[in-house]
Design a protein around this ligand. Structure first.
Ligand SMILES: [Zn+2]
Length: 139
């Protein structure tokens, strides 16, 4: 008798995570049926995949912009922040940072790095061509 009262109390305020209808049954039950559980998990996975895809696309676009701005065969270029933004560069996303021998922190999108310079400009580099000048991993 006590057990059945406890069950009633725990199921009283529980609603299906997918459709919101009251859930009856075990205490840990979160969905009314398999359909609701599958629908919920599919939506969750697709949101996660969408987030990862958007970030990957942004990183790839950043990489392509840096690649385009450094002339072929050159290892370094200088460009205004304005030009980067016009091309759609997103400063919020990067892959890693590295510190140069001079103690400067370069921000990277894959093999392309950038460093703030004066006059609101950036120094861009192709990492594999300046590898010996980069000594250790940054934050
Ligand atoms: Zn449901």
């Amino acid at each position: 008798m006590i057990h059945s009262i406890a069950m009633d109390i725990t199921t009283l305020n529980k609603n299906c995570l997918q459709c919101g209808k009251p859930v009856k049954g075990r205490i840990d039950k979160k969905f009314c049926d398999d359909w609701c559980r599958n629908a919920y998990n599919n939506r969750l996975n697709s949101d996660t995949n969408k987030l990862v895809r958007n970030i990957n696309n942004t990183l790839r676009r950043n990489r392509r912009i840096l690649d385009e701005l450094i002339p072929p065969g050159k290892k370094i270029a200088r460009i205004s922040r304005h030009e980067l933004i016009i091309r759609g560069f997103d400063f919020r996303y990067f892959t890693h940072t590295r510190i140069s021998r001079k103690g400067l922190t370069y921000t990277f999108c894959y093999e392309f790095g950038y460093l703030p310079a004066d006059n609101d400009e950036y120094i861009l580099i192709r990492a594999r061509l300046v590898e010996k000048e980069l000594i250790k991993n940054g934050g």
